[in-house]
Design a binder for this molecule. Structure first.
Ligand SMILES: [Zn+2]
Length: 299
């Protein structure tokens, strides 16, 4: 890990390579990964000479995809699905739902839509962290989640700071600075992985094993989604990036529209309408209590 095909070129979607090892996955371990393949299916662990499927690490989830044989009678068989990719020392172990012959020539294909989404979130995170660095707010940790991810910083930001950070990040996206990856220590040797340094122009440099967009413009947009409490006084700043911004905005709008319908309100008046209903509900509860007391006194 450090010089896999997916790390050398994060836009590579297919690769011809050779199966080095294929072993049945132990049943106990398989149980955890089985949900995607069905509960009874035997899973296999496959190592390839090289791969375009990123093994989970550095906050970025594993890729999914397919592997199919390209020569011999096995070439007629349907491709096996790759459900997970994990690191084992420097090797990438693919968890697949069918066996592959060792030494077979195969084509690995990446679920590109899913990976592009991960790249948009990950490059978006580097950009957000770089802007927060400028406010002396170093990133303590980050996590890619669904639908939103977060960056954890040492203190809570004011509303004005959140607005300013959101604007600064989106201004940087418009600048479309190139993202580059350097391996200052050269190719990995023996047990040591390659050190990878990901840079956004002059703005940011970060040691990172992940797959990144080649320019910041491809992040498209970052939307900040409020803060939750982290450890100690730390704060987790939620965000979505890339195509998730318009998808999430659409989903949220749909929820708001439905709630407005339930409350017989327009979207614009929803806030006032909800507050008025809560007030009315409290008034009714008070009255009910008073009436019950009166009733008890009559008995
Ligand atoms: Zn990173």
């Amino acid at each position: 890990v450090g010089a896999l095909a997916c790390q050398r070129d994060s836009y590579l979607q297919t690769l011809r390579t050779t199966v080095l090892r294929c072993t049945p996955k132990p049943a106990a371990e398989a149980a955890a990964a089985a949900s995607a393949a069905g509960p009874t299916k035997q899973l296999y662990e496959v190592e390839l000479e090289d791969t375009v499927l990123f093994p989970e690490g550095g906050g970025q989830p594993a890729d999914t995809g397919t592997i199919r044989a390209v020569a011999g009678s096995a070439a007629e068989a349907p491709p096996v699905r790759v459900l997970d990719v994990q690191r084992r020392e420097l090797r990438a172990v693919h968890v697949v739902d069918g066996p592959l012959a060792e030494q077979a020539e195969v084509e690995v294909a990446l679920d590109w839509r899913r990976r592009l989404d991960h790249m948009q979130q990950h490059t978006g995170q580097h950009l957000l962290s770089a802007v927060l660095d400028g406010l002396q707010l170093p990133t303590l940790s980050w996590s890619m989640g669904a639908p939103a991810s977060y960056v954890e910083v040492p203190r809570r930001l004011s509303d004005a700071e959140v607005a300013a950070v959101g604007q600064a990040v989106n201004d940087e996206i418009l600048r479309n600075t190139a993202v580059s990856v350097a391996t200052p220590g050269g190719e990995p040797e023996g047990e040591k992985g390659a050190l990878r340094v990901v840079s956004i122009g002059e703005l940011d440099t970060n040691a990172c094993c992940g797959t990144h967009l080649s320019s910041v413009g491809q992040v498209k947009a970052v939307a900040l989604l409020g803060q939750t409490k982290g450890k100690g006084g730390a704060s987790r700043l939620g965000f979505v990036a890339g195509d998730r911004v318009h998808q999430y905005a659409g989903q949220l709008h749909e929820v708001v529209r439905r709630v407005a319908g339930t409350l017989s309100s327009s979207v614009d008046e929803l806030d006032d309408r909800a507050a008025a209903l809560v007030k009315q509900c409290k008034r009714l509860q008070h009255r009910e209590k008073a009436l019950r007391r009166e009733l008890a006194a009559l008995k």
